[in-house]
Every structure is written in C-alpha cells, then in structure tokens.
Design a protein around this ligand. Sequence first.
Ligand code: PLP
Length: 395
Amino acid sequence: MNLKQRNSVMGNYQRLDVSFVKGDRIYLFDDKGRKYLDALSGIAVCGLGHAHPELVKLLVGQAKDLWHTSNLYRIEHQETLAKALTDSARMDSVFFCNSGAEANETAIKLCRKFGFDNRIKNPTIITMKGSFHGRTMATLSATGNEKVHHGFSPLLSGFKHVEFGNTEVLKNHLCNPDVVALMVEPIQGEGGIKIPPLNYLKKLRKLCTDYRKILILDEVQSGIGRTGFLFAHQLDDIVPDVLTLAKGLGNGMPVGACLVNSKYSSILGSGTHGSTFGGNPLVCKVALGVLNIINQKDFLAHVANIGALMLSEFKARLNNIPIVKEIRGRGLMIGIELNRDCGELVKEAMDRGLLINVASGNVVRLLPPLILSEDEGAKIVKEVSSLIESFNGNV
Ligand code: PLP
C-alpha cells in the first residue's frame, strides 16, 4: 500500500496492515492475492457475503437508471422498502438515513420532540450500561461506556444509564415524568455479545406500556437476520415503539432506518428532520434485494441452525479451557469471553487467514456472513478454538 496515501487518512481507527481488493461469498482477497475467511462480515454488515450475484445485478441495474434525486421528491424504491420493513416489523412508518448512529439520532430527536410537544422540560432517555449507540454527540451520550465518552465533554444531557438485563433498577426511573423513553439493544454487540435474561424484552415492553414510555430497540447490529430472526426482538414476540436498523440492511450500501409505530409516527413532522442522501434509489434497491433474500423460505432457519451448531461445537471444545469464561450467542452473533484481554488474537487469526474481532477487550466476537455453510461454520469453530487453546497455553 502507498504509505503517503495511508498517512493522509485520519488516524481515528486502529487499522490492521492489510488491504482487501476483492470479495466472494464469505471470502476476502488482499492486494497480494491472499485469501481470508471472513468471520466478521465488516462488523455485521455483509450478512449476504461479498459480491452476492443478485445484489450485484440489482446495484448495477439501478446504477444505470438513477442514483440520487432528493427527498424533495417521492422515491419509489424508498416507498417499497418502507412498506416491506413496516410490514415485517408490524410498525407504521420509516425515516431513512445513512448509518446506525443517524438512525439512533432520529430516535433521540423523536423523544425530545415528544417531550416538547407534551411540555416535558427535561425529556430523559434511559439507556443501558455497556451499550453502544454510535459516535455522534447524541448517540455517544446515549452510549453506556465511559471510554466512548472520554474527551468529548460536555456530553448531551438527558440520558441515564442503568444496568442491562435488570428490570428492577428501572422502576424508580419510570415513575419520573421527565423520563420519556427507554433505549436498548436486544443483544449488546460492541459490549461483548451480552445476552439479557429470558423475557427481558417482554418485561421492558410491559413496563413501557404501563408507564407510557417509548420503547426504542437499537437493532443496528442484531437486526436483519443476524440472530436467526429478521429482528432479534421477534424471539420475544413484542413490537417496540421505535426500531433502529442499519449495518446488514444494505449489505454494505450505506442505509439506516428508524421505524416508528403509529402512536409516534407524526411526531417528526414536516421540516423537523432530514438527510440529503437518506434512502436514495440506489441504496433502497439493494436493501429491498437484501430483504427479499432473507425472507426466502428457510433462510432464517439456516442462520438459527448453523449458529446453534457452532455454539454447541464451541462449548464442546472450549468449555474446559481455563481462560474461557463464557461462550454465548444467538444465531450468528457469537461471543467467547476470556478471563483476560485478548486483542492480539485478531492479528494471530489474520495470519492464519481468518478475520475475527475482539469486543470489550476480552470477548472474541464472531459475526460471520449468514450464508455460510455447515462446513464453513465448522472450519471457523476449529480455527478459533485452536487459537484460543494456544492462547491459553501461552499465558
Ligand atoms: N448501534 C449499535 C447497536 C451498533 O452496534 C452500532 C455500530 O456498531 C451503531 C449503533 C452505530 O452504527 P454506525 O457505525 O453505522 O453509525
């Protein structure tokens, strides 16, 4: 790679020294022709893998017709995508944007406007410790992680962070008339694949209904088939008031969405919010293709089955390894928590031709493409287990 070129890019990311030039299904190829098995999917983005032929066809076809007009005009593919999403989520309307942070920013603005409309002076949103909602000022303030806050004071007021997975801690807050909403990830992704106790979301849904609070689910990472459900909250058979999506929705095309149920869908009225690129014809056409593929018969069952298989294979192989604290996952969102920081495993895996990630310092995080085969799943288990076993031997 050209060093000068690399140095001109802002240093806000800690990058590995590899540059990919081609992708094919669950494989990436670097500029030296080396092949890698991608067990991360660009951090839960390329759920349908790289260069999916149907998506390529849709993208190229649309690129020949029309890329962008503006939200000053009606956009047919945006309307079709909004209908597909709201029908699947049993919700009412959608605001389209370009990223997860922007989708959450929309949800936060909606809560503030709801507060204003209802003469609530300090509209407050309860969010969770260990959560991640994005890097804009509002979404980093919502995020329950001091590392993300560090250096960016003053943070936005109007957020309170409580323990994830515990409904008892909410009761006092819910009686506070300033509290307008609760914002939660069904499974904490950046926080290290943290799965709350059974029925947690059901309980949150009931509390929000009883106390008239807005229930916002951030499914930027857990949504779009990742957990074996189109949306992770469907396991709990609930409907949120606001649902945010991004990552897997465009399989790499930048598209985010904030879905709202009918009770709240007129809060962000004309002129209150917007995004120049949000929901342009190109990204919406691809996102529609993504949804069509994920909604095909047996697709989600495949994700659930392969995820369950990988989880049980990991447990069988790693449960007795002393440094392994916990192995957890749902669908193809899998975390292996070690009893010490293990960031160096990312580079070691890469040297073996495998792309993984470490979240929260000590959790090996796997978010492979949803289209992987049983054999490919088994290969990931074998490689990752062997990495952890030798890490255990070396510490
Ligand atoms: N919300 C969750 C749950 C996420 O995992 C992320 C990104 O990792 C975001 C929001 C932010 O999304 P983006 O990076 O697209 O702004």
